[in-house]
Design a protein around this ligand. Structure first.
Ligand code: V47
Length: 374
């Protein structure tokens, strides 16, 4: 398998094989790999890079899973830093955005696998956010959390999702997929739902008409082959349902967790994973370079290695900042617009479902100084 022969397949629209994926991860010429991913990106999205205005709410960090990879969770309420937000504390976070004249179109809600909150907490959390802002899109609860609610409350996954949709759930985020291989899961997240269960939650969500995102956490102990298998399983589900809208490669952060002996992935790893994902996942429309995970500079560069999205303004992110992310806590829309233009791309503000919200003159005027940048 050479890059030239893979390039021919890409041009002919032939899905790449497992062996192609392995060859791409082993390709020494990062720039040629990036150029091929960029060709596919530009065919699909031209020079646009999208972003949105969003707020993260993490209702509780109490978690029964105790994953070695995680720096956010606490096992018991007595542990330092453990918290559970009351409903009004959670709603206040959205209210604060209005009060600051900084409204969001999306709230991203994820948290620990808390086994002491009633099901109504989740329903009321979403319903209360919707009451505050009926047009808000709530992207909430990773498949791992949905699976936990299914087990805890003895409700079918479909029923959990139906009740949350009735309360205001708009889509599912892509977290918790990690690496599907049982060998890796056993070491990095032994108590999380398995690959089949994760995929089945997304399949059910798609059957109910919800869109969702998907992820891969790279840079722990996985092999290249396990990465490729993971990506191909996402691609197979997408062939079945068409419900994934974005793939987000997530770079492992080793601070303050039980895997802190591992080195963090380098920028070259980040760009390679981004490019290979774009090439293998021909049927998933968007590749998100999540700037909180990659850092601003790599996320900008990734716009030339297959990515066409940067995520959003992201206020109140905890999972990556506790694990060592040095990215700013948030960016203003004007800062993101500036970063995208500085990367040589055309910024477009989108909503969660990738409808255009603002472009051209309607975007905030830049350039403006970017925190954390020289
Ligand atoms: O599920 C946890 C990962 C995910 C670490 O869908 C870690 O739009 C690196 O899924 N190092 C949460 N990664 C983040 C996530 C996400 C983020 C932004 C947008 C979307 C979306 C989804 O972060 C977790 C886990 O896979 N994670 N700990 C860590 N130490």
């Amino acid at each position: 398998m050479t890059l030239a022969s893979i390039s021919e397949k890409v041009s002919a629209g032939i899905p790449l094989s497992f062996d192609d994926g392995v060859a791409l991860f082993r390709e020494p010429d990062l720039l040629k790999l990036g150029a091929l991913a960029n060709q596919v990106r530009e065919q699909r999205h031209g020079d646009r890079t999208t972003f949105n205005r969003n707020l993260h709410i993490n209702p509780s960090n109490l978690c029964v899973a105790g994953c070695p990879l995680c720096s956010f969770s606490r096992r018991s309420p007595e542990q330092p830093g453990a918290y559970t937000l009351s409903l009004s504390q959670a709603w206040d976070k959205l209210k604060a955005r209005f009060a600051a004249g900084d409204p969001v179109t999306e709230v991203h809600v994820v948290g620990g696998l808390n086994d002491s909150l009633p099901f109504d907490y989740y329903v009321e959390l979403l319903a209360g956010l919707k009451r505050l802002q009926p047009a808000l899109h709530i992207k909430a609860f990773s498949a791992v959390e949905i699976f936990h609610l299914h087990k805890l409350f003895h409700l079918e996954v479909r029923e959990v999702l139906r009740r949350l949709v009735a309360a205001g759930l708009g889509s599912l985020p892509g977290g918790g997929a990690e690496i599907f291989a049982p060998r890796v899961r056993q070491r990095i997240c032994p108590n999380k739902c398995n690959a089949e269960e994760w995929l089945d939650v997304h399949r059910t969500a798609h059957e109910l008409g919800l869109r969702s995102n998907c992820t891969m956490l790279y840079g722990t102990i996985e092999t290249i082959e396990e990465r490729v298998q993971h990506l191909l399983r996402l691609r197979a589900l997408q062939d079945e349902t068409g419900g994934f809208q974005t793939f987000i490669p997530l770079a492992f952060h080793p601070d303050n967790n039980a895997l802190s002996q591992l080195p963090a992935p380098t920028a070259v790893d980040d760009l390679r994973v981004c490019a290979v994902s774009r090439l293998l996942l021909h049927n998933i429309p968007h590749i998100k370079a999540y700037w909180v995970s990659l850092g601003i500079k790599t996320a900008q560069t990734a716009q030339w290695f297959g990515a066409d999205d940067l995520d959003g303004t992201v206020q109140e992110e905890k999972i990556y900042h506790l694990a060592g992310s040095e990215a700013p806590q948030s960016l203003t829309p004007a800062e993101i617009v500036h970063l995208i233009r500085a990367a040589g791309r055309t910024p477009v503000e989108r909503d969660t479902l990738y409808n255009v919200v603002a472009q051209g003159q309607a975007l905030p005027a830049g350039p403006s100084p970017v925190r954390g940048q020289p």
